[in-house]
Design a protein around this ligand. Structure first.
Ligand code: GLU
Length: 427
């Protein structure tokens, strides 16, 4: 590694960034990646740190720190969500941006990877504070984003409304409506059908392929889902519709367990009536901890909360057959080895959760063409792209004797490497 570039980025040197780099290093080693590219791809192309002053409802001004990191743009505009969470830092955003690059390349979208975030607990802000924060953050990252440059989307702690405010702020600056500057928008301003559930739907599609491959019948499958945000709640709903029994779900405060299967639609009804309700308040199952949920005897475990949940501390207790990574980076490299040893079939994050960015791509295409598709077109095309990516990865993994994670990373990295080599080094 050229020590100068690497040494100057200690701000990025957090555990999540180290995980992303360690995964990359391992894949780069296995595929014998050109060392010049290796140095470049370890670090983001461009990173922006912004201060976001916000007038709070009580008249005081609070300053939040925000980020937008573009990891690579060799194959097209960079793409990736915006996260609002108190734990956000440059290293985490840089890691997530790198994963977006491999994800988009793996499933064949004409995008590079990016990610953004603001270090804030959004549930502690009023709606108008959230709007002012979002608009000022959007104004601060304005020079970097645009439909042909970098296209944000929702991630942890953000949603369609936040995207609408970003779209409006951007459009006000340029003087006309630019729907394609963000994806995951409301339908009324150029959003697409099926985007909200897309990540969960993708998780289900690839899990069904994995079950077919392993000879597991869906009717006999039990599923535990960690995290009940956008990804977890839709995964649980769609997985149940597909015929599986959802035996546990959790939020940050704890998990609900019912071996006979939880009534997910009913649970969602209670949960959504009051934005502040916790799963445990619904009293719809036995209360267990998040740690206990990860250790449940089940067919499929879906970590769909934050990163580094399955570590060398608890990997040994994991008992699932299939690990479908709905979250980004939920498993550490040490845990990976333990799970592989135990024979767990891992559907790695950049494949398992790619449904979100796949349907974001559909939204961007529709915005660009000003021509909108039916719900069925979206589901069919998502199914086609994600299942093909699953089978390509499975085949690659068998041919190369590599794990599913390494196979997915190597395929993604290889496409990016080819783009760099074809374009050459500027100047
Ligand atoms: N935040 C999502 C992810 O991590 C979606 C990104 C997008 O749609 O651009 O994949």
């Amino acid at each position: 590694m050229s020590s100068t570039a690497w040494d100057s980025v200690h701000e990025m040197d957090t555990h999540t960034f180290r995980l992303a780099v360690a995964q990359f290093d391992r894949a780069a080693e296995m595929m014998n990646l050109d060392p010049n590219l290796r140095h470049r791809l370890k670090l983001p192309e461009r990173s922006l740190i912004v201060s976001v002053p916000v007038r709070m409802d009580d008249g005081t001004v609070e300053v939040f720190t925000g980020y937008r990191v573009q990891h690579d743009s060799s194959r097209g505009p960079s793409k990736g969500g915006i996260r609002y969470h108190p734990g956000v830092n440059l290293g985490e955003v840089a890691a997530l941006a790198m994963w977006m690059t491999w994800k988009c390349a793996l499933v064949g979208l004409p995008y590079g990877g990016a990610k953004g975030g603001v270090r804030v607990a959004p549930e502690r802000l009023s709606r108008s504070e959230l709007q002012r924060l979002t608009r000022r953050y959007a104004a601060e990252i304005f020079p970097l984003i645009g439909p042909d440059k970098d296209v944000p989307a929702p991630d942890v702690g953000t949603n369609a409304q936040v995207m609408a405010w970003i779209m409006d702020t951007y459009s006000q600056q340029v003087g006309f409506a630019v729907p394609g500057v963000v994806t995951g928008k409301p339908l009324s301003i150029g959003g697409t059908l099926g985007r909200e559930e897309a990540t969960g739907r993708g998780v289900v599609y690839v899990t069904l392929e994995a079950m077919r491959h392993l000879g597991v019948e869906i009717e006999k499958a039990t599923v535990a889902v960690q995290g009940f945000g956008n990804v977890g709640s839709h995964t649980a709903t769609i997985m149940r519709e597909a015929g599986a029994r959802i035996i546990a779900v959790s939020d940050h405060a704890g998990a609900l367990y019912d071996p006979r299967g939880l009534d997910i639609p009913e649970l969602l009804k209670c949960y959504r009536t009051d934005g502040h309700l916790l799963l445990r308040d619904t009293k719809m199952g036995e209360l267990i901890t998040n740690e206990e949920l990860l250790a449940l005897d089940c067919t499929v475990l879906v970590p769909s909360a934050l990163s580094e949940q399955i570590t060398e501390e608890n990997a040994d207790k994991v008992q699932c057959k299939i690990l479908a990574e709905g979250a980004n980076g939920p498993t550490t490299l040490e845990a990976d080895e333990i799970l592989t040893e135990k024979g767990v079939f891992i559907i790695p994050d950049i494949l398992a959760n790619s449904g979100g960015v796949i349907v974001s791509y559909f939204e961007w295409v529709q915005d660009t063409q000003r021509f909108f598709w039916k719900a069925k077109d979206i589901q069919d095309r998502l199914h086609e792209i994600i299942t093909a990516a699953f089978h390509r990865t499975l085949e690659f993994s068998r041919n190369r004797g590599a794990s599913m994670r390494m196979a997915a990373l190597m395929s993604g990295i290889d496409k990016v490497a080819q783009a760099h080599l074809a374009r050459g080094l500027y100047p």
